[in-house]
Design a protein around this ligand. Structure first.
Ligand code: HEM
Ligand code: HEM
Length: 264
């Protein structure tokens, strides 16, 4: 963690990069989420939304359609959209995994679970107390706070692998014996028991991810208003700005944003 003095934004408004002051407020801007992380975030959010709606309809098909059966292909289209979104979701996840190695250290946070770090657990519980309105003041974080990291690791890093493995196992039943889906994921069906078991686990995986999504969006909006740093705009511009001058709890050797954020 950087000493307090390093983090103190003492710059004039037009000084290159790090900080600006104005109107009695101090702002410090740090470039956190690179373009691939942000593009993946929003594409992935859209893919999950499409997968959940179409998946729900696969599990609970529409009762009936008027006219000849041969004149209708509604469930076929719903399944097609599910599979198209599934490929975007799976390829996006592989791309995001690649970026964990190629990108900055914030890009790795989603895939890290610092189980042995007592300090991290301490801050996780502190953050939980803040969410429960039991703390007066939250800490500042350049990257994700430990509680968000914990939820994202289990719901998205682990959850996506689970949905991809079970999804392609189900897909292999249609693609047929000997298809690449069957060769890579066919073993999953006997592992779970039989096809219906995989359907059920794949379905439950959806509800686990949707639980995360609900809490995640609530937390993003809540923290945007109540925390001491920018939140939603950070996942759009990539830049984190701070509402006061204290050093962030996870600050190491951060790269300042190219341009100081505008001071309002
Ligand atoms: C299906 C919907 C969504 C999913 C699955 C999802 C998932 C994620 C994941 C995995 C991350 C970590 C990014 C990384 O480190 O690579 C993240 C970050 C973030 N998401 Fe979402 N997200 C969803 C929707 C949204 C929405 C609708 C908003 C806006 C209200 C939002 C706001 C954010 C913000 C602000 C961050 C960065 C948090 C921070 O500042 O540290 N997300 N999200
Ligand atoms: C977040 C991601 C995903 C969600 C939320 C999701 C959701 C669902 C749900 C709820 C079902 C119905 C299960 C049931 O029978 O009760 C389903 C079926 C299915 N999903 Fe997914 N899914 C996801 C990812 C994937 C992926 C990556 C694939 C890979 C191709 C996939 C392929 C399938 C297949 C093949 C079925 C069965 C279709 C059928 O029996 O007609 N899914 N999905």
């Amino acid at each position: 963690m950087a000493p307090l003095d390093d983090a103190k934004p003492v710059a004039t408004p037009d000084e290159e990069g790090t900080a600006a002051s104005g109107g009695g407020r101090f702002l410090k801007a740090i470039y956190v989420y690179e373009v691939p992380v942000r593009v993946w975030h929003w594409v992935n959010a859209l893919a999950i939304t499409v997968l959940s709606v179409t998946g729900y309809l696969i599990a609970n098909p529409l009762p009936s359609m008027p006219g000849e059966a041969s004149a209708n292909f509604l469930m076929g289209y719903i399944r097609f959209v599910h599979f198209a979104a599934a490929y975007i979701f799976a390829i996006g996840f592989i791309g995001r995994l690649y970026w964990a190695f190629a990108g900055n250290h914030h890009a790795r946070q989603l895939f890290r679970f610092p189980f042995w770090d007592r300090h991290w657990w301490g801050e996780l519980f502190l953050e939980a107390r803040w969410y429960l309105f039991l703390e007066r003041k939250p800490k500042l974080y350049v990257g994700h706070n430990p509680l968000a990291q914990f939820a994202m690791f289990w719901a998205i890093a682990v959850g996506s692998v689970f949905m991809i493995v079970t999804g392609f196992a189900l897909y292999s039943e249609g693609a047929g014996l000997g298809s690449w889906q069957d060769r890579l994921f066919g073993w999953v069906i006997p592992l779970f028991g039989q096809s219906m078991d995989v359907h059920t686990w794949h379905h439950m995986g959806m509800w686990a991810i949707l639980l995360f999504v609900i809490v995640h969006i609530y937390a993003a909006v809540r923290e945007d208003i109540m925390s001491r740093q920018s939140i939603i705009s950070t996942m759009i511009s990539g830049v984190r700005t701070f509402k006061d001058a204290e050093a962030p709890a996870d600050e190491e050797h951060e790269r300042p944003a190219k341009k100081a954020a505008p001071v309002g």
